[in-house]
Ligand binder design. Structure first.
Ligand SMILES: Cc1cc2nc3c(=O)[nH]c(=O)nc-3n(C[C@H](O)[C@H](O)[C@H](O)COP(=O)(O)OP(=O)(O)OC[C@H]3O[C@@H](n4cnc5c(N)ncnc54)[C@H](O)[C@@H]3O)c2cc1C
Length: 497
């Protein structure tokens, strides 16, 4: 909500609002049930658009009057072409599980929901290459490839709602990145409708194709600002024959790093995840019924937890490796439910200020503690202000989710957190003249990390992009945006200011 005001002030392009005549045109492209609009003669209750106007965190609220739900790429293209001719801004929307306000309108943009584009186009069980419409839900694709003994290379807590197109648009990381790498590697091809309506067909199923620029990479992580992804070709790995997980309660954060080194050394090729949960995050997940709680005895004295998963080809071999490493081994799917459920638990507890950062593993706890102390020094800790400051995340990827759970979103908390957190994580704003090189450089007074490891920039962090990217990089991003989308109609106010 706070950011909305901010963006409203910055957004100066002369966009058109959707008119009744536009709805008439959309009726020539789509069947009536694929048009949700409060305009024109309509019986639609405006509250039916709430799920499209509100983001998952309940932080951003748009005022879209119209949501279109095309079924085919050609329909997407026809809609976008019309919008380009009328300067109507568009928000592409997948499962609307994004955590940075990228998937909802900031004003009255047209929402194009990909939810009806939900068919698998092909699957080759020999190569494991899957081609699917962008609106396929991640869990449904996981279920689709499972009987063929394959898994999706990506897994995350929102898998029951998020779309594969949304995953690609955000370059989502999730729980398998340690093992299978990022989507920049596993996505082989894309079909994209560009901001002028042109269909870019790069839906290749080739694993190797070094013929010119790899354009698809630009759309992976572009958060819908360069075009609408309508289909994805992705490499799915073979299912591991054996999977084990174990949760370890650790007395000190200082135990995490040596443990990670030992785990990597001893488990090597079978290690598939190494996730961190601090005690506050664990207690919250348990309080809100996410997964099976450990016994009082098991958690007694624990400062934090790590969840280790192995995925390999032979159960006995993997178990032997694990048992060698650990004296006690408990295997249970509910352990993952606990880790996956932390995000959900946080949202049940209150309003979350979410920072998704890449920093050195050794500094995970310092960043959480420093933020908590900073809020305390401002008098903002307490039941009616900030209730919890916690950290959890993907240790194996150097990615910490720093969550501050408050009773409500307030300007005071927001101002206390920003730019404080960004300066702690990214580059300091202090700029100095570097005498020797005679160049203008930013002082690194912090960890030189990333202010967004996997959730993206969306509407939430446009003003913070420069903490992780230098001026030259941002200038070239803007040039690329202007080249693809000269009218700026594709997801305005997101990623770039
Ligand atoms: C409980 C929970 C757990 C999560 N865990 C993780 C995690 O571990 N790792 C992680 O990276 N993220 C995580 N997320 C964030 C989120 O789920 C991911 O960012 C996900 O990839 C978003 O997919 P979506 O379909 O919901 O996209 P949306 O939220 O609908 O959209 C996200 C962005 O992508 C754009 N977009 C969506 N579809 C398209 C398309 N077809 N073409 C072009 N642009 C498009 C939107 O405009 C928006 O900018 C989590 C979220 C929740 C709620």
């Amino acid at each position: 909500m706070l950011r909305l005001v901010r963006h409203g002030l910055r957004w100066r392009r002369p966009y058109s609002s959707i008119a009744a005549s536009d709805i008439d045109h959309f009726r020539t492209i789509l069947p009536p049930h694929a048009i949700l609009s409060t305009l024109s003669p309509s019986t639609l209750n405006p509250s039916e658009l709430d799920p499209y106007n509100n983001d998952w965190m309940g932080k951003y609220r748009g005022r879209a009057t119209t949501v279109l739900k095309p079924k085919t790429t050609q329909q997407v293209s026809d809609i976008v072409r019309w919008c380009a001719s009328r300067d109507i801004p568009i928000v592409p929307q997948g499962g609307n599980t994004g955590l940075v306000g990228g998937s909802v309108p900031l004003r009255d943009e047209l929402v194009i929901s990909l939810a009806n584009m939900n068919s698998v186009r092909s699957f080759d069980p020999v190569s494991g290459i899957l081609v699917a419409d962008a609106g396929c839900i991640l869990q449904s694709l996981t279920d689709y490839v499972a009987p063929h003994n394959h898994i999706m290379p990506i897994d995350l807590g929102a898998k029951g709602s998020c779309h594969i197109g949304g995953n690609v648009a955000t370059n989502a990381g999730g729980l398998r990145l340690l093992r299978y790498g990022s989507l920049h590697g596993s996505v082989l091809g894309l079909e994209v409708v560009l901001p002028d309506g042109t269909i870019l067909d790069q839906l290749t199923t080739l694993r190797k194709d070094n013929t010119g620029y790899d354009l698809k990479q630009l759309f992976i992580g572009a958060e819908g600002t360069l075009g609408i992804i309508t289909a994805v070709s992705i490499l799915t790995p073979p299912s591991p024959q054996a999977s084990n997980n174990v949760i370890l309660a650790l007395p000190h954060f200082d135990n995490v790093q040596p443990l990670y080194r030992a785990v990597k050394r001893q488990l090597s090729e079978i290690l598939s995840a190494f996730e961190y949960i601090d005690r506050t995050a664990y207690d919250l997940a348990v309080k809100h019924g996410q997964g099976r709680a450990l016994s009082d005895e098991e958690v007694d004295g624990a400062a934090c937890f790590v969840l280790v998963e192995t995925s390999g080809g032979r159960r006995e071999h993997d178990e032997e490796k694990l048992t060698d490493l650990l004296s006690t081994l408990r295997s249970s799917p509910s352990l993952w439910a606990l880790r996956e459920g932390v995000t959900e638990a946080v949202s049940k507890e209150g309003k979350a200020y979410k920072y998704d950062i890449s920093i050195p593993l050794a500094s995970f706890k310092t960043v959480v503690d420093t933020t908590r102390e900073h809020l305390r020094s401002k008098g903002l800790l307490g039941e009616h202000a900030v209730k919890h400051v916690m950290g959890y995340g993907h240790v194996g990827d150097g990615n910490l989710h720093l969550n501050i759970v408050a009773a409500a979103y307030t300007q005071e908390i927001q101002d206390a957190l920003e730019p404080f957190v960004y300066e702690l994580v990214g580059k300091s704003l202090v700029q100095t003249w570097h005498q020797k090189l005679n160049t203008y450089v930013r002082c690194a007074a912090s960890y030189r990390g990333s202010v967004s490891a996997e959730h993206g920039i969306g509407a939430m962090k446009t003003h913070a992009l420069h903490y992780s990217k230098d001026d030259v990089s941002i200038e070239w991003m803007k040039k690329i945006k202007a080249l693809f989308d000269p009218k700026g109609i594709m997801n305005p106010g997101k990623v770039l200011e």
